[in-house]
Design a protein around this ligand. Sequence first.
Ligand code: GLN
Length: 251
Amino acid sequence: MTGESGTRIALIYPELLGTYGDGGNAIVLAQRLRWRGLPVEVVEIPAGESVPGSCDIYLLGGGEDEPQVLAAEGLRKNNAIAWAVTEGAVVLAVCAGYQVIGTSFPAGDGKIHDGLGLVDVETRRSFDSSEQPLPPRAVGDIVVEPAPELRLPVLLGYENHAGRTRRLPDGQGMPLGLVRKGIGNGTPDQTDGIVDRHVIGTYLHGPVLAQNPALADLLLSWVHGPLPALVGPVETEVLRRTRMRALEVSA
Ligand code: GLN
C-alpha cells in the first residue's frame, strides 16, 4: 500500500508533541525499513500545516497540556488522519497523542477539550467526581502484558501523565494490554491503551518502539504484510535485556 517514495511516515506537530522524545518512533520505524532494503520517507508536519491524508503511518507523541490543546485544535480542522484510517492507515499515538485521538481530554485550564474521536476513549483527571485530592501524576516505569491477539512480547516504557483514560461503554477496540507495573489507563481494569483497526494509543514513552521493536514490526506489517525478521542490532537487544533486568521482568 506504499507510494513511489516508499512508506510515508508522518510525524505530527513535533514542536507540540515532541516533549517526551516520541519522535524517536519515526527513526525506529524508518530504520527498520531501511535495514530490510525498503524505501521510506519521514514527513514532519509542523503545527499550522495541514496534515496529508496520503501517509501510511501517523505518529503523535506526548506533550504538555497547552501544546496538546493546540495540537487537537489544529488536527480537528481537517481531520485527515481519520480519513486515512478508514483507508487502512496506521496510527501510533502516545500519551498526549493518545488522549487527543480519543473523544475528550482535560487541560490545565480546567476545561474538557474535544479530541479527534478516532478511538472510543475519553480522558479525565479522575472518573470519580468525589475523589479529592485528585490522583497524583503517574510517573515512572511501566510494563504492559500485551493482548494475546497481538502476539507481542511484554511491552516496556515509562509514563508521565496526569490524565486517566477509559474506554467508552460499548466502544470499539480493545485495550493494548494489562498493566503489570505502573498506571497506564489508570482504570479499575488495569489496562493500558487501546487498539482499534490499525490505530494504537498508549501511555508508553521510551520511545516505545525503541524499547519494543516487535511493536514497531507489528505496525510495519500492517502496512507491508509479513516482513522478514531482523536480527539485532546488538544495541536494541542490549537495551531490551538491560531494561527487562532493571524492571525484574521475565520474557
Ligand atoms: N498532558 C497530558 C497529561 O498530563 C499528557 C502528558 C504526556 O503526554 N506525557 O495527562
